[in-house]
Design a binder for this molecule. Structure first.
Ligand code: CA2
Length: 145
């Protein structure tokens, strides 16, 4: 089985280091370690990547076309701005699950729309970092048939 790509966008490398009232106390390394552990239980390999650069994320999504069984993505602020990322996801055939740690619908109006949601097969928002684990469980169910 190919790995599941877990792609985190800009500033998510700061998880656990700033704004814990919004994004929680877990670091990105904690989140990834938890997902890799859960992946073993679910029979999935987790390949986690993070970038602060839009083009790099587009290229991660391109490489997923051959290399990933599915994509779990927290697009960060690019959720609300990036048509390029939506276009890249539209060229990917596998399942795509979108995660937001915070409830973007409870926040500023500019966060209410995500371009990625037009492609995502499911969206989780406001479940804290637990949202990634919930998405991985859903990915296992989707990939398991
Ligand atoms: O709730 C989410 O997961 C977001 O995708 C996070 C983005 C934000 O722009 C989206 O509207 C919603 C921001 C990620 C910034 O992450 C930080 C984490 C800790 C400290 C500072 C930033």
């Amino acid at each position: 089985m190919k790995p599941v790509f877990v792609i985190n966008g800009p500033n998510l490398n700061l998880l656990g280091l700033r704004q814990p009232e919004i994004y929680g106390a877990e670091t990105l390394a904690d989140v990834v370690a938890g997902l890799q552990h859960l992946g073993v239980a679910l029979g999935l390999v987790v390949d986690a990547r993070q970038s602060n650069h839009e083009g790099e994320i587009v290229e991660m999504i391109h490489s997923a076309r051959n290399d990933a069984a599915g994509i779990i993505i927290n697009p960060g602020a690019y959720s609300h701005t990036s048509v390029a990322r939506l276009d890249a996801l539209n060229a990917y055939d596998g399942p795509v699950l979108e995660v937001h740690i915070s409830n973007i619908h409870k926040r500023e109006a500019f966060r209410h729309h995500s371009f990625v949601s037009a492609r995502a097969d499911g969206v989780i928002a406001g479940f804290g970092t637990m949202g990634y684990a919930l998405a991985l469980r859903r990915m296992a169910a989707v990939l398991g048939g």
